[in-house]
Design a binder for this molecule. Structure first.
Ligand SMILES: [Zn+2]
Length: 127
């Protein structure tokens, strides 16, 4: 369904409660649109909707690999991972809500701001 039904133009998908309550983008905002873009073979748009989806898995894999190589220091690496992840997600959330954030913003619909044509309007944020 996600590949065929546009999340920005359908009421079938749930709205982001954080965005509805605050007007700000949460770390997950744009995930549905990003997955739709991926399923329609547009990875660049998908990245612009939610770069965290692309950045977090390789960083986590690298972290795990480094922790395994650390040997005795493994515990310290492992215990620091959740805090580092939380800090990264928090930093991303703050950054994406600052003026000048270069990627797609909440309410951009399926058209990233760099695309030609009139901006999408009246579209609510989707998680
Ligand atoms: Zn959200």
């Amino acid at each position: 369904m996600l590949a065929t039904v546009d999340p920005a133009a359908s009421a079938l998908y749930p709205k982001c409660l954080f965005n509805a309550a605050t007007g700000l983008a949460c770390p997950g905002c744009g995930t549905t649109r990003a997955l739709h873009a991926l399923l329609t073979f547009d990875p660049i748009a998908a990245f612009r909707f939610n770069p965290l989806l692309f950045l977090l898995p390789p960083v986590a894999a690298l972290w795990i690999a480094l922790a395994r190589r650390a040997g005795r220091k493994r515990r310290a690496w492992a215990s620091a991972a959740p805090w580092a992840l939380a800090l990264a997600v928090l930093a991303f959330t703050v950054w994406r809500n600052l003026p000048g954030y270069p990627l797609a913003r909440v309410g951009d619909g399926l058209r990233p701001p760099f695309a030609p044509g009139p901006p999408a309007s009246g579209l609510a944020a989707r998680p």
